[in-house]
Design a protein. Structure first.
Length: 207
């Protein structure tokens, strides 16, 4: 389990994007979009460069995590600043071996050190709950697309940050760049090794 978590280097951007593409290929949809989301977010002011972390083992990049600045729109008209996690991934050959938790926990520790108050994201509570996440609606945070969502999760980085919160979270617009720039996404993806897109059981999206 010896490995290192560190900031990604600019010279590694393409390798990291390929890692993300491989890790998400045919998981949630035929093909993958997450690598283009990451690519575009790097030029977005809400991207948190200090939390663009890689997991390195034996000189090989095997994991990556990304965070962006976001917010909860409170019912009283105010706004609560938060951060949103994703994509986070581990190379296919290293999945389900504990490396994901190593990377996640290290990124959360770094986020605490940077002074952020809380994280909201989509994810599986069975995995993220082991690192302190809870179902967001239990903390008064509703998902704009699905107010009863059990998969919208939150985690306090500052104790009490979500105390008394009642509000709505919506994904930052940058997460929809593939749908909003279909031609740009297609041209970008064409620069990577050709892979077969497959429709598989359990995928959330058809394309």
């Amino acid at each position: 389990m010896e490995c290192t978590v560190r900031l990604e280097r600019e010279s590694e951007y393409r390798a990291v994007e390929n890692l993300v593409r491989e890790a998400f290929w045919n998981v949630y949809r035929p093909g993958a979009m997450e690598h283009y989301v990451l690519h575009c977010f790097r030029r977005n002011p809400i991207f948190i460069k200090e939390l663009g972390l890689v997991l390195e083992k034996d000189g090989k990049l095997i994991g990556y995590t990304m965070y962006v600045r976001s917010e909860i729109c409170l019912d009283d008209g105010g706004v609560l600043p938060i951060i949103t996690l994703g994509p986070i991934c581990i190379a296919n050959e290293y999945k389900r071996q504990g490396y994901g938790k190593i990377l996640l926990d290290a990124s959360l520790e770094k986020a605490v050190a940077l002074g952020f108050g809380g994280v909201v994201m989509e994810g599986n509570i069975d995995f993220y709950g082991k690192s302190g996440f809870v179902v967001a609606k239990e903390s008064g945070i509703r998902y704009a697309d699905d107010p009863e969502a059990e998969y919208l999760l939150c985690h306090e980085l500052k104790p009490g940050y979500f105390d008394g919160v009642s509000g709505t979270f919506a994904d930052p617009e940058g997460y929809f760049v593939c749908q909003n720039d279909v031609e740009g996404f297609a041209a970008f993806d064409a620069g990577f090794p050709k892979k077969e897109k497959k429709k598989l059981p359990g995928q959330l999206f058809s394309e």
